[in-house]
Design a protein around this ligand. Structure first.
Ligand code: SAH
Ligand code: SF4
Ligand code: F3S
Length: 441
C-alpha cells in the first residue's frame, strides 16, 4: 500500500469549525490522508478560518505567509483555505496569495476530495457555492474509531437573523436544519464509539426545525429523543438566540435530566437603543424576563453570554445599561468583544457613529472586570459542593484527570486513568478563575 499522505488542519473560530474540521479530515481519509499535528511534514495544509472580527480574518494572511518556506521545500505541498474567510474573500485570497491551491466555502466541504484532486493536477480550485444538497449528507461517513467522551454534532447551520454587525448570514448562508433521522443516527454512532456527552451545534441552534415523519421537530423534541439513547449521559447545545427560546425548550431545562444546566444565551448589549440598532429584535427587559423564566425551570442553571462594546452610536449611558443588565443576570461565563466593522454588514456603514478605539477599550476593560468577578463568584460558590464530573483526559499533573462539571467548569482531580470517559461524584475543594479542584467521593 502507498504511504498515506499527511493532512494538517488548523482551525479558527467557533465550535462549528471544529466539527467541520473533523468531518473534512474524515472525508480526506477516503483519499488516503491521515492527519498530522504539524505543518512541517504535511502534504496538504488546510486553514479552517473565521471571519467574525477583523483580527480573526487577518490571521489567515499572516499564517499563509508562514507556509512559504514549506512550499518552497516541497512544491507538491497543497495549501487550502476553508471556512468563513474562504466564503467571504475566496477569490481575493487566491489573487493575493499565489501559494493557495484551493479555496472551499463552508457549504461545499463534500466537494473537498474533488477539489484536492484538481489541485493535484496543478489547477487552482475554488468552490464557494451554497449548493442545494446538504454537505453532511454527502460527506464521507465517520470511521468507526473509538472517540473521546465528548463530541460536537452540528444539527443546524446558517442564520437568518442578520444582526447589523455580523458576517455569519453571509458566510454561512440561510438557516438549514439537518433531518432528525440523520442526527439521531449520527448520535447513536457516536455513543457506540464511546461518546457520553454530545453538544448540539448551530449558529442558531434553537431555531432547529428538522424534517421528520409527521412534520418538523424543534430542538426540545430532538433533545428529548436523544435523551432516550442508552449510554448518552449528557446533552448540551450552543449557540442560541433569545427570540428562539421557546417554552418547550425552557421546560426541557427543568425536566430532561440529561440536558445539562448550562446555557449560552448572548445578549450583546443591555441598551434598548443599541439592541434596536443591532437588529436584535428584543429589549433588555425581555431578555431579563426570559432568563428569569429559564431559571425558574432550572434554578441552578449557569448562564453564559456574549457582549459587544463600542457598537456604532454607543454612549456611556448605553454602556451603563449593559453593566446594569450584567449585574442583574449574573453570568457564570462570558465572552466580550470590541465592535469590529465587517465588510458588507449594515453597521460597517455607520462610520460617522464609530466609537473611538480608546473609549471602546476602556469599556471593554470595565465590562470584563465585572464579568470576571461574576465568574469568580460562581467558581467560588462551588467550593464545598458536590459536582458530577465527566473525565475527559489526563491533567497536567501526574496522576490527575481533568473533566467537566455539569456546569461546564473544568475540574482537576486525582483519579486513575481508568475513569476517563466515566462520570464521578467529586467534592469541590478549590476554585480558580478558570478551573476547579476537587476530590473523588
Ligand atoms: N450565533 C451566535 C453568535 C455568533 S458570533 C449568536 O447569535 O449569538 C459570536 C459572537 O461574536 C457574537 O455573539 C458577538 O458577540 C461577536 N461578534 C459577532 N460579530 C462581531 C463584530 N462585528 N464585532 C465584534 N464582535 C462580534
Ligand atoms: Fe450573527 Fe446575529 Fe446570526 Fe448570531 S444571530 S450568527 S450574531 S446574525
Ligand atoms: Fe467565525 Fe464563521 Fe464561526 S465567522 S465564528 S467560523 S461561523
Amino acid at each position: 500500500m502507498a504511504e498515506p499522505k499527511k493532512l494538517f488542519i488548523k482551525t479558527y473560530g467557533c465550535q462549528m469549525n471544529v466539527y467541520d474540521s473533523e468531518r473534512m479530515a474524515e472525508a480526506m481519509g477516503g483519499q488516503g490522508y491521515v492527519t498530522t499535528d504539524t505543518p512541517d511534514d504535511a502534504d496538504m495544509i488546510l486553514l479552517n478560518t473565521c471571519h467574525i472580527r477583523e483580527k480573526a480574518a487577518e490571521k489567515v494572511y499572516s499564517e499563509l505567509g508562514r507556509f512559504k518556506p514549506l512550499k518552497k521545500a516541497k512544491p507538491d505541498l497543497k495549501i487550502g483555505v476553508a471556512g468563513c474567510v474562504a466564503q467571504a474573500e475566496g477569490a481575493e485570497i487566491m489573487a493575493r496569495q499565489p501559494l493557495v491551491d484551493l479555496v472551499v466555502g463552508p457549504q461545499s466541504y463534500h466537494r473537498l476530495p474533488q477539489l484536492e484532486a484538481e489541485a493535484r493536477k496543478g489547477r487552482k480550485a475554488l468552490d464557494t457555492d451554497f449548493p442545494e444538497e446538504l454537505k453532511f449528507d454527502h460527506l464521507a461517513k465517520r470511521p468507526k474509531a473509538r472517540r473521546a467522551p465528548t463530541a460536537f454534532l452540528t444539527v443546524q447551520e446558517g442564520c437568518d437573523k442578520f444582526c447589523a454587525f455580523c458576517v455569519v448570514p453571509y458566510t454561512r448562508g440561510a438557516e438549514v436544519s439537518r433531518p432528525v433521522a440523520r442526527v439521531l443516527e449520527e448520535a447513536r454512532d457516536l455513543v457506540e464509539r464511546g461518546v457520553r456527552e454530545i453538544t448540539l451545534l448551530g449558529q442558531n441552534v434553537n431555531a432547529y426545525h428538522g424534517d421528520a415523519e409527521g412534520g418538523a421537530w424543534g430542538l426540545a423534541r430532538l433533545i428529548r429523543n436523544l435523551a432516550e439513547i442508552d449510554g448518552l449521559d449528557r446533552i448540551r447545545f450552543t449557540t442560541s438566540h433569545p427570540n428562539d427560546m421557546e417554552d418547550d425548550l425552557i421546560a426541557a431545562h427543568g425536566d430532561c435530566a440529561k440536558l445539562m444546566p448550562y446555557l449560552h444565551l448572548p445578549v450583546q448589549s443591555g441598551s434598548d437603543r443599541i439592541l434596536k440598532a443591532m437588529n436584535r429584535k428584543h429589549t433588555a427587559a425581555a431578555y431579563a424576563e426570559l432568563i428569569a423564566r429559564i431559571r425558574s425551570a432550572r434554578p441552578d442553571l449557569l448562564l453564559s453570554g456574549d457582549f459587544i462594546v463600542g457598537f456604532p452610536g454607543e454612549t456611556e449611558e448605553d454602556f451603563q445599561d449593559t453593566l446594569r443588565l450584567v449585574e442583574q443576570v449574573r453570568y457564570g461565563q462570558a465572552y466580550s468583544f470590541k465592535y469590529s466593522p465587517r465588510p458588507g454588514t449594515p453597521a460597517a456603514e455607520r462610520e460617522a457613529k464609530m466609537v473611538p478605539a480608546d473609549v471602546a477599550s476602556d469599556r471593554l476593560a470595565r465590562l470584563q472586570a465585572l464579568l470576571n468577578r461574576q465568574q469568580m463568584d460562581h467558581q467560588q460558590a462551588m467550593v464545598g459542593r458536590t459536582a458530577s464530573v465527566l473525565f475527559e483526559k489526563a491533567g497536567r499533573m501526574e496522576g490527575q484527570l481533568v473533566g467537566k462539571s455539569e456546569y461546564l467548569q473544568a475540574v482537576h482531580v486525582d483519579a486513575p486513568e481508568s475513569l476517563i470517559g466515566q462520570i464521578a461524584r467529586v467534592e469541590i475543594t478549590e476554585a480558580g478563575p478558570n478551573s476547579l479542584g476537587g476530590r473523588l467521593l
